[in-house]
Write a protein that binds this ligand. Structure first.
Ligand SMILES: C[S@@+](CC[C@H](N)C(=O)[O-])C[C@H]1O[C@@H](n2cnc3c(N)ncnc32)[C@H](O)[C@@H]1O
Length: 275
């Protein structure tokens, strides 16, 4: 066997260990991406080989936590893909406004910027106090950061531009307080957001959602895990509810496709049919 093939065996055993001992199953993640992430993790770690890491992993939860942080890609930003948020504002919110109260699930929320962006948008559209956002992720370290609502001040110019391009016309600076190198988001924005752990590979649905967003998460999954997620979202959504995927993730050709209409095809916004 070539060294590269031996390493693939080691990676399979490592993932098996994570599943058997800690119950987190990464075996259905896209192989090339997981190998890239793990190779980077190994280079930064105290271990020379995956087998060495494996021996410690089985008895040391800290190694598991570190691997979990290494495997998951947590990149996100405020008003990521501004045309998407503009379409939500202009084409989805008018439907949402017809309900007295709505529930939204952000699956794979990372450090929470997507959920905070949604809270700003809904407040601006006159829906303050009429929504609850469930923002979930497998990685508890990022969830902790999410609930703190603190962003690097160096990013605020870029986020302000995103906000404006997404149709926001208030002053974005009113949504945070600058403290040295940090921007602290207004506490009021957190009021209707619940941050909670949830594993898309193992956990169940969230009932009666009007909108489910799972953007830039399933790109890391193999087909069967993608299907699992889509069924989870489908059973969480009320008829007439909205499913929003990442710009590179289409619903076409998936099993649940017939139950959805494309509201904004290029921006991956789908609406569940009533019938
Ligand atoms: C690239 S971020 C996307 C963040 C945000 N949705 C966005 O589009 O900006 C992907 C997130 O998915 C999370 N994730 C990966 N596997 C997951 C799983 N099995 N269950 C729940 N979240 C998962 C990662 O921890 C990470 O925070």
């Amino acid at each position: 066997m070539k060294p590269d093939e031996v390493e693939d065996v080691e990676i399979r055993l490592l993932l098996e260990g994570m599943q058997q001992v800690y119950g987190y199953d990464f075996r259905d993640y896209a192989a090339a991406s997981i190998k890239r992430r793990l190779t980077h993790w190994l280079a930064e770690s105290e271990f020379d080989t995956f087998s060495q890491a494996q021996a410690r992993l089985l008895r040391d939860r800290d190694v598991f936590e570190s691997l979990l942080r290494g495997i998951t890609v947590n990149v996100t930003e405020m008003f990521r893909d501004p045309p998407f948020f503009r379409a939500v504002r202009e084409q989805v919110v008018p439907f949402l406004k017809t309900y007295p109260f709505i529930k939204i699930w952000h699956a794979g929320c990372a450090t929470g910027e997507e959920a905070y962006s949604m809270a700003i948008l809904l407040n601006e559209e006159g829906m303050a106090g009429r929504y609850r956002i469930y923002a979930t992720d497998i990685n508890e370290t990022v969830l902790k950061k999410a609930s703190e609502g603190v962003l690097p001040i160096t990013e605020m110019q870029r986020f302000t531009r995103n906000y404006q391009k997404s149709g926001g016309n208030a002053s974005f600076a009113d949504y945070y307080t600058a403290r040295y190198d940090r921007a602290i988001l207004l506490a009021a924005l957190k009021k209707n957001i619940v941050f909670a752990p949830h594993n898309l590979a193992a956990d169940g649905e969230f009932g009666e959602m009007n909108m489910v967003l799972c953007r830039n998460v399933m790109i890391y999954f193999k087909a069967p895990l993608k299907e699992r997620c889509l069924h989870l979202f489908d059973s969480s959504l009320l008829p007439g509810g909205f499913l929003c995927l990442g710009l590179k993730e289409a619903l076409e050709k998936k099993k649940i496709w017939e139950r959805y209409e494309e509201l904004v095809p290029t921006l991956r916004i789908y609406q569940k049919r009533y019938g």
